[in-house]
Design a protein around this ligand. Structure first.
Ligand code: G3H
Ligand code: 13P
Ligand code: ZN
Length: 359
């Protein structure tokens, strides 16, 4: 099966009211774990690759792996997505390597550290959308900066993202600006900021509305009912994973992530793509630590990797099921990129033009 675009997949998810987890990968084991889970519950897949992952795994290797996964699991639509593209070159090179979707994260400058102006974000995102749509690929933009509503800190403290203290209006996406941004850029999906951040240390307590602004998502969805919303930093940082890591020699301070029920609430209000990386890392790392502790004589990497893959597979399956993606893979017939390009060119994927043509 050809790789699916993000736009087609999220249109399907919106029609049927489900959300799709977007799992980050860096290696073969993570790719296989996601696809094993998806094939066991008939879920469509978004695999996303960060710039760091591309540097780690090599673009050729990743492209070959995506081809192989599509051959091994021909019944599963797989969207291959660039996570947090920082400029046009990153997004274009992803498309050249067979990605069917890119995120142009213009909320930060190309250094991926400095919060950008609205004008910069709008201009670069619109340019990337124009280029991607010309070849039928999809674009996710981001409005608002990821960071903590508890501390006001951007997430450079996690080694990734904005530096310094940010105002609340930078950390929570403004609904009126979101309307303007989507119309001007023509993005297929919009990542919003609502107090989540990347990594394990999102909240110092179980989050409530003061530090996880789910109401902002509801307001944005009311203003943009036809726009697919994306939640970044959506790992739940399960207590069970923290406990396994710490029981077997880890030293993770107590922390809280985004409760799955809050993500389910988001899905009821237009969230269609849910980004998860940290939970996968923790699922695997717990098993590495367990095997290293329980079988100190072991030196075959497969003895570490197999239980790690199994733990990640179980996590992925749980998210496919809880977000409602399970059972939908077989209902999707993939539209090829050149047909998507024709539809963009004809204005059929632009809600404003489509509405005017239908009138
Ligand atoms: O964007 C955040 C993801 O967790 C990717 O992280 O840049 O360490 O690969 P990474
Ligand atoms: P987590 O760190 O919460 O898994 O978020 C991942 C993410 O948003 C990738 O873009
Ligand atoms: Zn992210």
């Amino acid at each position: 099966m050809a790789h699916i675009t993000l736009r087609q997949l999220l249109d399907h998810a919106a029609e049927r009211g489900y959300g799709v987890p977007a799992f980050n990968i860096n290696n073969m084991e993570q790719g296989l774990a996601i696809l094993e889970a998806a094939s066991a519950c008939d879920a469509p897949v978004i695999i996303q690759v960060s710039r760091g992952a591309r540097a780690y795994a090599n673009d050729q290797m990743l492209a070959a792996m995506m081809e192989a996964l599509a051959k091994i699991y021909p019944q599963i639509p797989i969207c291959v997505h660039q996570d947090h593209g920082n400029d046009e070159a990153t997004c274009l090179s992803a498309l050249r390597h067979g990605f069917t979707s890119v995120m142009m994260d213009g909320s930060l400058l190309a250094d991926a550290r400095t919060p950008a102006s609205y004008g910069y974000n709008l201009a670069i995102t619109a340019r990337v959308a124009g280029m991607a749509h010309a070849v039928g690929a999809s674009v996710e933009g981001e409005l608002g900066v990821l960071g903590s509503l508890e501390t006001g800190q951007g997430e450079a403290e996690d080694g990734h993202g904005a530096e310094g203290v940010l105002a609340r209006d930078q950390l929570v996406t403004d609904p009126a600006q979101a309307v303007d941004f989507v119309a001007a850029t023509k993005v297929d999906a919009l990542a919003i900021a609502c107090g989540t951040s990347h990594g394990a240390y999102k909240f110092s307590r179980r989050p409530d509305g003061a530090i996880l602004a789910m109401d902002a998502i509801e307001q944005i969805h009311r203003r943009l009912p036809n726009t697919h919303l994306v939640m970044h930093g959506s790992s739940s940082v399960p207590q069970a994973f923290q406990d396994v890591i710490n029981r077997f020699g880890g030293a993770m301070p107590q922390t809280w992530g985004v409760p799955v029920e809050e993500i389910e609430r988001g899905i009821r209000h237009g969230v269609r793509k849910v980004n998860i990386d940290t939970d996968c890392r923790m699922a695997m790392t717990g098993q590495f630590r367990r095997v290293a502790t329980e079988q100190p004589e072991e030196f075959d990497p497969r003895k570490f990797l197999k239980p790690a893959m199994d733990a990640m597979r179980d996590l992925c399956r749980d998210r496919f099921e809880r977000f409602g993606a399970a059972g939908n893979a077989s209902k999707i017939k993939v539209i090829p990129l050149d047909e998507m390009a024709r539809r963009y060119a004809a204005g059929r994927l632009d809600p404003a033009i489509a509405a005017a043509q239908a009138a």
